[in-house]
Design a protein around this ligand. Structure first.
Ligand SMILES: [Zn+2]
Length: 199
C-alpha cells in the first residue's frame, strides 16, 4: 500500500485522510500567494456554470431535505448563544427601524379592524364621525369591562385579539364621544343615533 505523503515526503497523519483532507503547508502557501488568481478563477467558473451549479444544488437539497434540516437544527442548537446575542445586537442597532415598523404595523392593523367592524365605512355607527384616529372599537353587548379584563388592557391588545380570533361578532365602531356617551348618557347617545347628528 502506498501511503499518502505530504510535501516533505513524510506520511500524512491518519486523521488527515478522507474527504476532509488537511491542507499541507505547501498548499496553504500556494493559496496565500495566489489568492487573487484563485478568487478570479472561482468567479469565472461560477459565471460560466451558474445554471449547472444551481440545478445541482437544488437537486441535492431536494434529495437530502431531511438530512439538511437535521443538520441545520443541530447547528442552530450548538450556536444558540451566538444567535441569541447576534439577534439582540441587531435589534439594538436597528432599534429605530423596528420601532417604526411595529408602529406602522399597529396602525395598519387598527385600520383593518376598524374597517371590518364599520362594514367598510370607517364611520361611527351612531353619529357617522369618520376620522379614523377618533374612532374606537366598542362591545355591542356592554360587557366591555369584563372582556377587557379577560383580554388585557392596552391600546393595541384588543386589535390583536380580534385579528387572532378572526373577527368575532359583538363589536362595532364608535367615535370616542359616542363611546363615552353610550355608558354615561345613554339617552343622549340614543338621541344622536336617531337624528344621525354629527358630533
Ligand atoms: Zn359617534
Amino acid at each position: 500500500m502506498i501511503k499518502a505523503t505530504n510535501s516533505f515526503g513524510n506520511p500524512e497523519p491518519a486523521s488527515s485522510t478522507g474527504s476532509k483532507k488537511k491542507k499541507s503547508k505547501w498548499q496553504k502557501r500556494y493559496n496565500q500567494e495566489h489568492k487573487q488568481q484563485i478568487r478570479e478563477y472561482g468567479k469565472r467558473y461560477w459565471q460560466e456554470n451558474k445554471q449547472k451549479i444551481r440545478e445541482k444544488n437544488k437537486k441535492y437539497r431536494q434529495k437530502n431535505k431531511q438530512k439538511i434540516r437535521k443538520k441545520s437544527k443541530r447547528y442552530r442548537q450548538e450556536h444558540k448563544q451566538y444567535y441569541r446575542e447576534e439577534g439582540r445586537r441587531y435589534r439594538q442597532e436597528h432599534k429605530q427601524y423596528f420601532t417604526e415598523k411595529s408602529r406602522e404595523r399597529a396602525v395598519k392593523q387598527r385600520k383593518k379592524v376598524l374597517m371590518h367592524y364599520s362594514k367598510g365605512t370607517m364611520q361611527c355607527a351612531n353619529c357617522g364621525y369618520n376620522i379614523s384616529e377618533g374612532l374606537s372599537i366598542d362591545h355591542t353587548d356592554d360587557d366591555g369591562a369584563k372582556h377587557r379584563e379577560e383580554v388585557g388592557k392596552g391600546g393595541h391588545v384588543l386589535v390583536n385579539w380580534l385579528i387572532k380570533h378572526k373577527y368575532p361578532k359583538g363589536f362595532q365602531v364608535l367615535c370616542w364621544n359616542c363611546n363615552f356617551l353610550k355608558s354615561a348618557y345613554p339617552k343622549v347617545y340614543k338621541a344622536i343615533g336617531k337624528s344621525k347628528r354629527k358630533i
